[in-house]
Ligand binder design. Structure first.
Ligand code: NIG
Ligand code: FE
Length: 418
């Protein structure tokens, strides 16, 4: 019989979602909320989830097992952040006054700022410096309950630096689970301003190399005016897919160039941003099983008043996910803050937000059989919260509601402050 090395008892409410795979939009408001449960962990995996008396009865606890008294507080799956640009050097606070005076995101990019400024700083940084910056941000994320994170390259825009960025992700020893994405076509670098198609050719070669070396699981492209058009997006993503990478797309953030449909046609795991998506885009995602990943923090930092159509997406049973999109233009590690924005701006309910930042987020990055649920056989990534119910995370926003972080069956953080 399997011995348990951890038990969590005295749990008030345990939140998870029934079934397997993504939770369709109309089911996102209906988590399983189990009262009086206990959970055991064995070798990093969840072993038992049942009523507390039954668990105590059935468990074979190791002598030095960790016993966690949850004190009647709620237990939720570790949060999954499915869209980040975490590897970069430098900062961009200097752009704030420009934005406040009315410069748009694309104005700043066209003037050589924005992504291109970060590319300059990142090309000049060593792998060690990049790992240090990455780990610092991962530490902050872990304190706010993020236990799995997708990480994009994209501030190299040349072969060597893009590879360096993906190697940075591999070199990090941080315990958070990291899912690397090759986002070589993030912007057109100055060297290729007069021939963006040649840059796509180069990035296709790099995608093949990255896939062959096992440096990334996904490929992504920024399909936007000032970045890449629909044709370039299709060409890059289909070549990347043929090279063995799964695909994603940044689409419909500012202009609708057809990137969402291009992604869906190629079986994209997710399409991200989606501010100006139309009905055809939503239908295409539904048909293809593409997860819409919404990024409400980015809307704030580009001073965008409109919001994506989260409710309509959920009404169509799309498995909506949310993410920080942390990048030098949107410096937010705290997914709980994004959850509050999802409520107050996208009008998602706290239960929908929990689905969007656990199980559906896991599905968007190819982890839905292992992350995002409190279920036997899943990874033991668990958060003991400070509250009796999950709603408090969005209700009392701007503070940290996580009390304990368990990742891969290990109690990594305890008594986390507000
Ligand atoms: O997802 N939109 C494209 N890329 C990032 C922003 C990157 C940057 O401004 O540095 C995003 O928002
Ligand atoms: Fe992004």
């Amino acid at each position: 019989m399997m011995q348990d090395d951890m038990i969590l008892h005295n749990i008030g409410k345990l939140y998870t979602f029934p079934g397997e795979g993504p939770v369709p939009g109309t089911m996102m408001d209906s988590p399983s909320i189990i009262e009086g449960a206990a959970v055991t962990v064995s070798a990093g995996k969840i072993h038992m989830v049942a009523g507390e008396p039954e668990v105590w009865d059935r468990t074979d606890l190791m002598k030095d097992a960790v016993c966690i008294d949850c004190k009647g507080k709620c237990l939720v799956p570790g949060f999954v952040d499915p869209h980040t640009h975490l590897v970069f050097a430098g900062t961009r606070e200097y752009e704030l006054p420009m934005k406040l005076k009315g410069a748009t995101y694309l104005d700043i990019l066209n003037a050589g700022g924005g992504i291109l400024r970060t590319v300059k700083d990142t090309r000049a940084a060593s792998l060690e410096e990049l790992v240090e910056g990455l780990d610092l941000r991962l530490d902050k994320m872990l304190r706010y309950g993020t236990t799995t994170v997708e990480i994009k390259s994209g501030y190299g825009l040349d072969r060597d630096t893009e590879i360096k960025l993906l190697k940075t992700v591999k070199a990090s020893k941080h315990p958070i689970e990291k899912v690397p994405t090759f986002l070589g076509p993030h912007a057109v670098p100055p060297e290729f301003r007069h021939d963006p198609n040649a840059f796509i050719d180069l990035m296709i070669d790099v995608a093949r190399e990255v896939s062959g070396e096992g440096l990334a699981e996904f490929a992504d492209i920024f399909c936007e005016t000032g970045a890449f058009d629909e044709k370039q997006s299709r060409r890059f993503l289909s070549a990347a897919r043929d090279a063995g990478l799964k695909v994603k797309v940044h689409s419909d953030e500012i202009m609708n160039l057809g990137g969402t449909i291009a992604g869906a046609d190629l079986g994209a795991s997710s399409a991200d941003h989606l501010l100006v998506s139309d009905d055809h885009d939503l239908d295409a995602m539904k048909e293809a099983g593409t997860v819409p990943v919404l990024l409400p923090g980015t809307l704030l930092t580009i001073f965008e008043q409109r919001v994506p159509r989260a409710r309509e997406m959920m009404d169509r049973d799309l498995p909506v996910a949310i993410a920080t999109d942390i990048n030098p233009n949107c410096m937010v590690e705290n997914l709980q803050f994004i959850m509050a924005l999802a409520c107050y701006r996208l009008k998602m309910t706290p239960n929908e937000i929990l689905a969007a930042s656990t199980v559906n987020a896991a599905h968007a990055i190819g982890r839905s059989g292992r992350k995002g649920r409190i279920r036997e056989g899943y990874d033991a990534d668990l958060l003991v919260m400070k509250d009796h119910s999950f709603e408090h995370v969005v209700y009392n926003f701007g503070v940290n509601h996580v009390e304990k972080v368990i990742l891969g069956g290990k109690l990594l953080l305890d008594n986390v402050g507000w």
